[in-house]
Ligand binder design. Structure first.
Ligand code: AMP
Ligand code: MN
Ligand code: MN
Ligand code: MN
Length: 286
């Protein structure tokens, strides 16, 4: 394993969750973008891991397993990326299966709210955008709202609908943050707190989140991601250093049409940080 990677991308989505490219195509995009260490991190799903690994290995692209697990903390959704997990680990698979199952009733309730707003048939509409039968997300509803002309983009949908405080938002009940971290660790993985800059927390709330994540056994922070500004990268770099956490980076790429940044387009990690891949030596397939 090289001691340094020039262009790691440890966060992206395929058609196995709410991305628009299949795992194999993503591997080719990553390779073409000169990504040199890659993880596919679908929401609550491991279905793409075998294809991602096979495609990466065929391309000579270093690969590590990944998943982005939805977690509940203080009545909010927090995303925890698990890197290097054993994709066969039964308790992890069971937790993810329960999350996927809970998406069905949530989606029905979302559709009811949209119905009441005069947006009919959104459940069936969202299903038409689903690319893996087992994984129905708000992104699929958002794509339907764009398709039927309610909004011009997925980003615009989330400014007006489906997000906390807006119509169509149904608070989900995920596994607790503490248990999610425990499951990732029990599956042999490293737990990474994803895109900390996206939760709209006060400094006090943010400290409480970091305390909870650290107490649960969290080991890394996603310092660099496409939605972090340069000052956020510096802020979260300082947090990682203070807390003794490793640093991760990933584009959170979903789609060539919807994502502003493509695979591999991630701000560089400040050099003083311990990169998360230094904890993943045993898990990287090349
Ligand atoms: P879910 O897991 O069903 O709650 O859906 C969460 C997904 O919705 C995220 O992973 C994003 O892909 C998408 N999403 C949430 N908020 C936004 C936003 N403001 N702009 C674009 N996509 C968003
Ligand atoms: Mn997503
Ligand atoms: Mn996320
Ligand atoms: Mn993501």
């Amino acid at each position: 394993m090289p001691s340094a990677y020039c262009r790691p991308d440890l966060h992206c989505h395929s058609t196995c969750s709410d991305g628009t490219l299949p795992p194999t195509e993503l591997a080719h995009h990553a390779h073409a973008a000169e990504v040199d260490l890659w993880a596919l991190t679908d929401h609550d799903a491991l279905a793409g891991q075998a294809a991602a690994r096979a495609a990466a290995c065929a391309l000579g692209l270093a690969w590590v397993s990944g998943v982005e697990v939805s977690a509940t903390w203080a009545e909010r959704t927090i995303h925890i990326v698990g890197l290097g997990v054993d994709v066969q680990h039964a308790p992890l698979q069971q937790m993810l299966q329960a999350h996927r199952a809970s998406r069905q009733p949530r989606a029905r309730a979302m559709a009811q709210q949209l119905d009441a707003l005069g947006i009919p048939d959104s459940y069936a509409g969202a299903l038409r955008h689903v690319t893996h039968p087992d994984l129905l997300s708000r992104t699929h509803f958002a794509r339907y709202l764009v398709e039927c002309g309610r909004c011009r983009s997925v980003a615009e949908v989330f400014r007006h609908y489906l997000s906390a405080g807006n119509p169509g938002y149904v608070p989900p009940q995920w596994t607790s943050l503490t248990q999610v971290v425990a499951h990732i660790r029990a599956a042999g993985g490293i737990a990474v707190l994803a895109h900390p800059g996206r939760y709209r927390l006060t400094p006090q709330q943010e400290t409480a989140l970091f305390d909870a994540f650290g107490a649960a056994g969290g080991q890394a922070l996603e310092v660099a991601t496409s939605t972090h500004s340069p000052s956020q990268v510096q802020h979260y770099a300082a947090v990682a250093q203070q807390r003794g956490w490793a640093a991760s980076c990933g584009s959170d790429f979903h789609s060539p049409q919807e994502s502003r940044h493509s695979l591999g387009q991630v701000p560089a990690l400040p050099g003083r940080l311990q990169p998360v891949w230094s904890l993943l030596e045993q898990h990287i397939a090349a």
